[in-house]
Every structure is written in C-alpha cells, then in structure tokens.
Design a protein around this ligand. Sequence first.
Ligand code: F6R
Length: 610
Amino acid sequence: MCGIIGYIGEKDTQQVLTTGLRKLEYRGYDSVGIAVFNGESVQVQKSKGRLEELQQKLDQTPLLGSIGIGHTRWATHGEPSNENSHPHTDANKEFAIVHNGIIENYLEIKRELIEEGYTFQSETDSEVISHLFSFFYNGDMVSTIQRVVKRLDGAYALGVVSEHEPDRLYAVREASPLIIGAGEGEALISSDIPAVLEHTRDIYILEDGEMAILTKEDVTLLETETGIELNRDLFRPDWDMEQAEKNGYDHFMLKEIHEQPTALQKTMAGRFNKDKVSVEFDELQWSDQQVKQWDKITIVACGTAYHAGLIGKHVIEELTRIPVDVEVASEFRYRRPIVNEKTLVIVVSQSGETADTLAALRQSKHLGAHVLAITNVVGSSIAREADEVILTMAGPEIAVASTKAYTTQVLTFYLLGIYLADRKQTISNDYHEQLLQSIAEIPNKIEEILTHSNSIRWYSESIKDANSVFFIGRGLDYPVSLEGSLKLKEISYIHSEAYAAGELKHGTLALIEEGTPIIALITQDEVSEKMLGNIKEVKARGAQVLGVAGEGKMDIWEYVDECCYIPNSLSILTPLLTVIPLQLISYYTSLALGNDVDKPRNLAKSVTVE
Ligand code: F6R
C-alpha cells in the first residue's frame, strides 16, 4: 500500500527521498510526491504515475532543503491524480503531511472544517489532517499533534513537517507501520526498513499510540496521548541491502523463487533437536493442559497465505486428528465465528500488516482464543499483537507475487503439525523419523527443480496466448493448484481457475474445449488412479494437459500431452515441490507477455487497508 519516507540531515534531501521511495515501490502505487522545506517555505512536487514522472519535474525544478517528506500513494479515496497525491498541505503551506492508512471520520471532519472556512484541493481522506494542523496549531507541535490525532478515527502513519519548526521532523503511528532510522547527523522515517538501510541500521520500530521527534542529532519517542518520553531498544536488522535487491536476477520474483532452498533451510534451522528425533519451538510455551483444551484450530489468512493455511489444515488434521478450519480473513471478521478459549487460532501473514488478518487476530483474542501468528516480519503489527509468534525466515520479499514466504509458511505448518503430533503422541516413531528426514531433503530437491527451470520455460510460450488456464488436483494437490492459479492470474493477467479434479464434472467441464490448457498435479498416490480418470475426462474434450508428477511415473504419458517431473518425496510433503514449477510457469508467462513481473497491475504487496 502507500509508502512513507521522511528525512532530516545534510544530504541532498530530494535525492534521499526519491531513492527511499524507489525502495518502497514494491508496495504498489499509482502516484507519488515529495515536500521539502527550503528554509523559508514548504515546496511540494507531485505526480500521478511512476517515480520517473516525478523525477522529470524535479530535474526541471529541484527542491532544495535539509528536511522533507515523500509518499507513494495507492488510491483509496479519489482517483490517482496530482491533486490527490501526497504530501498534502494546509492553505498557507505552514504544514505538510504524508499519510498511510484510512481516516474513517474524514467526511465529518471535512464538513466541520469547510464550515470554518477551509477549502480542500483533493478528494482524499488524508487532506483533513493538514488542515487540522492549521486549525489546532498553538505554537507547540507536540500538543498540536495530540489535538489533531484526538480527532482522527482509523489507521494512520504520519510524517509531518512544519515551517514553524524547520529543524524537526515528526512521525506518528496508529495502526499503520512506521519505522525510524537514527543515523549519524541525520534521521529518517519510513514505512519499511529497506528504504533507510542505505543510511543507517539503527532502527526504532514505532508502535501504535506513539510519536517521534527527529532532529539531525537525535530521535525522541513519546507516547502520543501523554507526551511521556519512551525508552526503546534499537533494532538492528541482520540482513543487508544486497539481500533486498535483485542480486543479478532480472526480477525480484525470480530471485525469490531461487532463494527458496535457503529460506527453507533457515526456517527449519534449529527446529530439529540434535538427533532429529523431535521438533522444537522454543517460542511456544504451551502447557499440556492448554494443548489438551484446544478442541479445534482455526487458520485465518488472505491470498497466498490462505493457500498455505489450506495445506496446514490437511497436514495438522492428518498428523494430529485435531479438526482444523481455514478461513479467509475478510470473511471471518464479518461473521460470528465459532472461536473461543478452546480454539487455537493461527493467523498467517508474510507482511504481518494485512488489515483483514490483523482484524481477525484482534477479534479472535476478543473471543478468548489463543492466537499464534506465522509471519515473516519482525515487529509487524501481527507479530506484536499475537500471543505467540513463529517467524518464517524468508528474508525480505519484494516481488508482489509471494513465493518464498509461501513455502516457508507451508514448511512451518509441517513443523508445527509434527510438533503437535509429538505433544499428542498421534504418529509412530518411524513415521516421525521419516517425516523429519524427508523434510530435511526438501531444499536440495527444490534446488534440483530450479536447475531444470529452462525445461519449464517452454511451457509458458504455449500458454501465453490462452484465454483461460485450468489447474486441477486432488488431495494436497488441490490447494497447490489454487496457489498455482493465483500466481498465474496475478502476474500474467490470464484468466485461470483451480479445481478439485473430482468437481470438474459438476459444472466447469462445460468450459473445456479444444486446446484448453490444463495443468494437472498428480502426486498423491492414494488418488492417483482417480486423477488419471479426471485427466481422461478433459482430454476427451480436447484439452492440452501438462502433468506435474513424481519422477519415474511413466504411465502418465498415456494420459497427458507433456509432463514435468519433480523429485520424489513423501506424498504429504509434495506441496513444497509441486509449487516450484507452477511459480516458474507464471513467472515466465508474465515475462513472455512483457508484463511488469514484480509490480503487477492493480495489486500491492502489503494490503494495509480493507
Ligand atoms: C499473492 C500474494 C497475496 C498475499 C496476501 C496476504 O502472491 O502475495 O495474495 O498472500 O495479500 O498478504 P500477507 O501474507 O502479507 O498477509
């Protein structure tokens, strides 16, 4: 969603802001702008579209100064336009603000301000904030901020500069991410860490209800409501910019696909005890009483994380016999879910900031459930608010289409399933050992698939002109089909659907005609015969079938037109392997179509609004 950057220091402020915004591009945006205080007044430059368009304007009229704020906007209130872009100012340009989030009561505030004689330039909810600064300013910025935020309902991360205090940059956080970088002789604010790493590794993570005052010399954190000064430990990320950049790959997505063996290794590191006879989660302090009390598990997530949850359901039910529901967070939060103190709720989120998932987490806690988060981002809202957190160790994921975050989430479900099975003693020692052994082999098997990625590339050429692609599978192959289909549609823009293969004949078979591409996953031994029967059904209607199956499964050539083999593993573990060719197919199809692979249209990386 929107990205915020702010800077105070001796460097070229305009350049720090624009390069910072570039690092936030992965969040998705449709307009961009910066404001710089030049010693006399606040100068603003904005542009609909991409950073390049703003840069052209700045090349003609540079904004000079040593303090400024910048923003990439993802339109919610009002179309993408220069007027609706941030920063917003008050009429006299005494204050400039950038905002990420939503002001729910902005119409009411806007009405009141118009009655007071204020005029508005944009259709945004955010503009009320800059006028409120003008309305409430009393000579002291901290108490002005306190008065402004008292009027705001909703979510906001704010960056504020004022001509009244040209040596101070202000940051305020309520339910939208914001971090502070405390450098030598400079300080920054940003929606995300990669945007400040070039300048400093000394990071403060601002929490809800907190504000920060940044000068060149220091950073002061305050509780917004009381103004009480806070002590906060610095957070020093142990990953570097190179990890957050493309590292020789053409796209972040391809780089992240190739990082999966390492990401999985890191996620499983330290999880097996030394003889590989048990799985350990030191972060889980579950008493036997608690584990006994949970009569069901509810997994809540969105998009790709939801698909990881579907695999989680299958695995946990299979290994522990505990019933598991999986729900889409945007549905869960608006019904009366049956969740209580006897439920373990697991929320899954790469970013840890997805608004619907966060709301589901809060609702579950309110209903008395114990909430475990599986997330990739330390210090994210979901990580902070859950009762317990398991971190996936995927590292920063920049491409909008999730790949390595997904496989690390799926792996976490396997480990958690085994951990719970240990606690409940529901699987045999032999099976347990076999599982751990086979999980440890997965990274090398993915590596093997990746070395043959060119043999998958040709297939993209054959589907790139299709109107529609179908993914089918049974058992665990079905949720992987859902993920393959989502990946394909989000970056290739080709319509695609995933079906539990046995469901086809209940309606969707009507869509299969001569040449329709079908990607059929055939890795689940127990239903393999049934699956071949389903492939026959679509072949009989003229479909072109690509089978994805375990090595050595030669009999499928009788049924499919093409085949992509994956290394063999236990049936229950194949989702970690089958998804890799599907990720590659969507990547190469998007590439063949000339799309912006890392930043697909209409989508954002981190969905912090509903
Ligand atoms: C698709 C994708 C999205 C996210 C979804 C949830 O490739 O990335 O479907 O999975 O928006 O995001 P997180 O995991 O950050 O909560």
